[in-house]
Design a protein around this ligand. Structure first.
Ligand SMILES: [Zn+2]
Length: 346
């Protein structure tokens, strides 16, 4: 998500004002719903060195996270846990609008920077763990690539008989180069990626970003706090719809088993990697049911309506980024932005 331009910001401010005056009607009745599940990834202070937006857009500062908490607090929202949501849905007593905070993948900054704030404001939250993170098997190539491009003006490598000699000096050029190599990695079949990584990175460069993920000890400690739910997010963070039935079973079952054995607690919640409607289907939902999972979240950008609660294994979620102002959050609550994003589909 790019920073909103001046004109766009003005439009957002005006429409938020208008909706507040009219009480959010008519949108909020249809698209506003009864609450929101918010999605965050990393929570990090402003960096002291340049960053590439392609990765940084998934991060918020601790100050920003606290602003979002305070925003909902002032509105009188109920801060709900995923367990709480399931309970309320079962009993049908959803009186106050609610908000749920979730963090994806399992980064250490969730403990260092988000946790103290969530504790301070007594806000329950969930962290969805990709178990290859604490098992230190994940390849966080997108961070390795950012580091490599920021620290080198010239990148030379050979892959599949082709020699690449690429240069990028300015931040803008580096952003473009990141996109170019990102595309090459994404379009390389999974079984060939290891060779590409070998050509691009030293083993040290490739494993360095793993310093930024939660360890099993840290996850276990977090799980002992009642505010925290540890959910599953598969073993290796692949698009489940692209895998065989057997592989999907393993990705889901094994990630749940691993988290349960490390924390000693039942895993009741799940988030689909990527999370768009193309990334999962009835097959995945059935496997979650077999595992007694109570809720599963997607990245479909909608508010939670009573209707959505009848499908607790495919709940929509709103991604939160630094470029979102209070006015943007207003427009999300009223359902205007979700309506536009989903082209009017409820
Ligand atoms: Zn994820």
């Amino acid at each position: 998500m790019k920073q909103a331009t001046g004109l766009k910001k003005k439009a957002i401010r005006l429409s938020a004002k208008l909706l507040k005056l009219t009480g959010g009607l008519p949108f909020s009745a249809i698209y506003g719903g009864i609450g929101q599940i918010l999605m965050f990834h990393r929570v990090l202070p402003n960096p002291d060195k340049p960053r590439l937006w392609s990765n940084a857009y998934l991060e918020v500062t601790p100050e920003y996270l606290e602003q979002v908490i305070v925003y909902y607090k002032h509105l009188g929202y109920h801060f709900l846990s995923l367990d709480g949501l399931y309970e309320m849905a079962q009993h049908g007593n959803l009186a106050k609008p609610f908000v749920i905070f979730t963090f994806d993948d399992g980064y250490r900054d969730n403990l260092t920077y988000a946790y103290p704030l969530m504790k301070k404001h007594k806000v329950p939250f969930a962290i969805y763990i990709t178990t290859d993170f604490p098992d230190k098997k994940a390849i966080l190539w997108w961070y390795a690539l950012e580091e490599k491009i920021l620290s080198h003006d010239r990148i030379k490598f050979s892959f599949n008989g082709k020699n690449y000699d690429l240069t990028a000096y300015t931040l803008e050029e580096k952003e473009k180069l990141y996109q170019q190599i990102h595309h090459l990695i994404q379009t390389t079949p999974v079984q060939e990626q290891a060779r590409l990584f070998e050509a691009l990175f030293t083993p040290e460069q490739l494993s360095a970003p793993l310093e930024n993920v939660l360890s099993w000890d840290e996850i276990r400690d977090l799980a002992t706090d009642e505010l925290v739910s540890i959910g599953a997010h598969t073993v290796s963070h692949q698009r489940l719809s692209m895998l065989s039935g057997k592989q999907v079973q393993w990705e889901i079952n094994h990630s749940i088993n691993l988290i349960e054995s490390h924390t000693g607690q039942k895993v009741k919640h799940f988030a689909y990697p990527f999370g768009d409607t193309q990334s999962f289907g009835q097959r995945e939902i059935n496997i979650l049911k077999q595992n007694n999972i109570l809720t599963a979240t997607t990245t479909v950008s909608k508010n939670i309506t009573r209707q959505a609660l009848s499908s607790p294994l495919s709940l929509p979620r709103i991604a939160v980024g630094m470029s979102m102002t209070e006015d943007t959050l207003d427009l999300i609550r009223f359902g205007v932005i979700p309506m536009i994003r989903n082209k009017g589909k409820r």
